[in-house]
Design a protein around this ligand. Structure first.
Ligand code: F0G
Length: 464
């Protein structure tokens, strides 16, 4: 009788980086020094760093070898040509413009297309994407499918766009310079969009003559989930190719599915648009054959794009996220289902039902995960996403109070993940003791990066 063998890490470790152990008392002290904001911690005070999967993964021996082959010529370097060929091969767009990371690609695309008063629909904007649309005077409009907000639903494609909503926006009076789809939907749980939904979005864009662009940061994870959940017999590379064929171009952060520590690009079909953007690029990013990157960075991305679509890698990546989601779910911990592509999302509203949104349950939970086991995570709830009612000035909470455990690629072993499961379960067992937090001070824009937090009971804030 043949039984399937477990999926294992499809690599062995050649170079290691020590993790510094610490005690709860030390962590209490370090956290107080940065006023409860985990972005303020020194990284060496963290045991398992799940703040982001962006640029924090391990590179392969082939990537490091490619780094050594980097050609640092200012113009027309060999490394740029290799990078361009790798992007052509996977994405299929003719014009490839390197940028130092994804948000720079967003900046150039929106600068070229978005005018004040325009509306940009997206399944869900990531925070830098939203900020870049708004910086051009546009309105960033999220049109996620209804299933997204039900963290208990196991709908397989919560990254889909709501098609009826998109149709009504496209038929309305607002000027829409482009529609965007974020693959996967990061802010909503790393959930994929289906090929069926992408084809329908494309058809609507064609009907209304509006270009479609992809935020392709996690395109390989999206393609893998399409393969597992929608089109099981198709090679993942072919699925990715079809996805890109449906759009007019994409922005890309190579810090995610480029498997690199830095880098990004903008790839488009429209030659005139590419020319306009290249002119702008020289002013702030650099010459169009390096766009703010060193030749060695371009090499690392080119090699990363070849590795990220390997079945063994994607099967392991997806199995490791599923393993944590399933283990936490079995222990009763409220976790977003089904498992997404790059992260485990805890539902802090169900985890800490005794806290109101104004007591920032996501931040309170993130703090507790750090104090209990030195795990650094990221709140994606009302600290990050609440907004003010323009007439009353009152804070309107986010739709969901989530905590993201983003898993850097090829970096932590299964035993590290077992540790994460154990720490999270312990925090869950002590959930009734966890108190809310309040914001003492915060910057106007992207306040999660700079906010100072206090304990509600120690400050005379409204919710304390
Ligand atoms: N789009 C999405 C969906 C992202 O998740 C990110 C970055 C960006 C664009 C911007 O790319 O960082 O290269 O400028 N997300 C990181 C995260 C920061 O932690 O999720 P970038």
């Amino acid at each position: 009788m043949s039984r399937t063998l477990p999926i294992i890490e499809p690599f062995r470790i050649k170079s290691v980086e020590p993790i510094r152990m610490s005690s709860r008392a030390q962590r209490e002290e370090w956290l107080a020094e940065c006023d409860g904001n985990l972005f303020g911690l020194h990284a060496e005070y963290v045991l398992i760093d799940l703040l982001t999967d962006s640029g924090t993964g391990a590179m392969s021996s082939e990537q490091w070898a490619a780094v050594m082959r980097g050609d640092e010529s200012y113009a027309g370097s060999r490394s740029y040509l290799r990078f361009e060929a790798a992007v052509h091969d996977v994405f299929g767009y003719e014009h490839v413009i390197p940028t130092h990371q994804g948000r720079a690609a967003e900046h150039f695309l929106f600068q070229a297309l978005v005018k004040p008063g325009d509306v940009v629909p997206n399944n869900t904007h990531f925070d830098t994407t939203r900020a870049n649309v708004e910086a051009c005077g546009g309105e960033a409009l999220d049109l996620p499918c209804a299933e997204l907000h039900d963290t208990t639903s196991s709908f397989p494609f919560k990254g889909n766009m709501d098609l009826d909503w998109l149709r009504s926006v496209l038929s309305g009076p607002c000027h829409i310079p482009l529609v965007m789809m974020t693959l996967t939907n990061n802010a909503g749980g790393g959930q994929p969009a289906s090929l069926e939904n992408l084809r329908a979005v494309r058809a609507l864009c064609q009907e209304f003559d509006v270009p479609l662009y992809l935020d392709a940061c996690r395109f390989a994870e999206n393609a893998w989930m399409v393969r597992v959940r929608e089109e099981p017999d198709r090679p993942v590379r072919e699925i990715a190719r079809e996805v890109f064929s449906l759009a007019d171009g994409c922005t890309m952060s190579a810090k995610k599915d480029g498997l690199a520590n830095i880098g990004g690009f903008l790839a488009v079909r429209d030659a005139k648009l590419a020319q306009r953007i290249r002119r702008e690029l020289v002013i702030t990013e650099g010459f169009p054959t390096y766009g703010g990157l060193a030749g060695r960075d371009l090499e690392a991305v080119a090699q990363g794009l070849a590795e990220v679509l390997e079945d063994d890698y994607l099967a392991y990546r997806s199995a490791s996220i599923r393993y944590v989601v399933r283990s936490l779910d079995e222990r009763g911990v409220p976790v977003v289902r089904p498992a997404g592509g790059h992260a485990i999302f805890l539902d802090a509203a169900r985890f800490l039902p005794h806290l109101d949104p104004g007591e920032y349950p996501g931040q309170a939970l993130a703090i507790e995960l750090y104090l209990e086991g030195g795990i650094r995570t990221c709140e994606i709830g009302s600290v990050m996403l609440a907004h003010r009612d323009p007439s009353t000035g009152e804070e309107i909470p986010a739709r969901n109070e989530l905590v993201r455990l983003a898993i850097p690629r090829r970096t932590y072993t299964k035993s590290h993940l077992d540790y994460v499961i154990e720490v999270t379960t312990r925090v869950f067992e002590q959930r009734d003791e966890i108190r809310g937090v309040c914001i003492l001070e915060a910057p106007e824009v992207m306040r999660h990066f700079g906010a100072r937090f206090g304990r509600c009971e120690e400050h005379s804030c409204a919710s304390g």
